[in-house]
Design a binder for this molecule. Structure first.
Ligand code: ADP
Ligand code: MG
Length: 255
């Protein structure tokens, strides 16, 4: 009965807005709901990889080999400490791919084709994009059904968004007609500041009903969890961050 995984790309060319934190913790929460989830780390920094307790130094293969060496993705996938949650890891090799892809055959669609091998094995594939709009992100957007854009509740939150939306529009027109921005997620919300509330209002005005009703709070536990190699749902299961990401997962599955 499977129609194949729903592929969601976490994209925003700004760094530090919560892409990786959302990729890891949304995925863990979806897995907790019994969905089979693959986190695909597409950032050479490998923060989603280490955040899920996998050490890049101990890996023989990574997403780099999938993109550049035609390694079947199923050979690269690692289990994690969370049931139902799997990882296609990144290592620093991936930094070279941004350049190597320029001259590669069908350079925008390599990830999409690789995912065909595992589409029926998962309910969700969550792609953690690097902080740029280069060929790695283009590969993610070409492979995705939907884009999730995390936005930090900070000054200049809307800066760069029109460029991101324009790029998604270009990919939709040329490479992936299915692609839509389905989710805008406000992150690092600090209820003690008027600014955060003001930013949420502005983003709602600009992005309308794409803005998720779940707002991710700023909490130190969310920033501590990655250094223990655990998603927040395992690291501190009852914390505000864990509860927020579980809410977000419910929004994504449509409950
Ligand atoms: P990106 O992947 O967009 O660069 P990250 O998810 O790595 O962003 O987040 C940037 C930094 O902010 C990281 O140190 C992360 O631990 C921290 N962080 C992310 N979300 C939160 C949050 N809700 N509360 C506190 N710290 C957060
Ligand atoms: Mg990141």
């Amino acid at each position: 009965m499977s129609h194949g995984a729903r592929v969601i790309a976490l994209a925003n060319q700004k760094g530090g807005v919560g892409k990786t934190t959302t990729a890891v913790n949304l995925s863990a929460s979806l897995a907790e709901l019994g969905r089979r989830v693959l986190v695909l780390d597409l950032d050479p920094q490998g923060n989603a990889t280490t955040g899920l307790g996998v050490s890049p130094r101990e890996l023989e293969h990574s997403v780099y080999d999938v993109l550049m060496k035609d390694e079947p993705i199923e050979n690269v996938i690692e289990a994690t400490i969370v049931a139902n949650l799997f990882l296609c890891p990144a290592t620093i090799d991936l930094a070279g791919a941004e350049i190597e892809l320029v001259s590669a055959f069908s350079r925008e669609l390599r990830l999409r084709r690789s995912l065909d091998g595992v589409r029926d094995d998962f309910d969700y594939v969550i792609i953690d994009c690097p902080p740029s709009l280069g060929l790695l992100t283009i590969n993610a957007l070409s492979a995705a059904n939907a884009v999730m854009v995390p936005i930090q509740c900070e000054y200049y939150a809307l800066e760069g968004l029109s460029q991101l939306f324009r790029n998604v529009g270009l990919i939709q027109a040329s490479l992936n007609p299915e692609l839509t921005i389905d989710y805008v997620v406000m992150t690092m919300y600090d209820a003690r500041t008027n600014l955060a509330e003001q930013v949420v209002r502005e983003v709602r005005e600009y992005c309308g009903d794409k803005v998720c009703s779940t707002i991710i709070p700023r909490t130190v536990r969310l920033s501590e969890a990655p250094s223990f190699g655990k998603p927040i749902t395992v690291f501190d299961s009852g914390s505000r961050g864990a509860i927020a990401y579980r809410h977000l997962a419910k929004e994504v599955v449509g409950g």
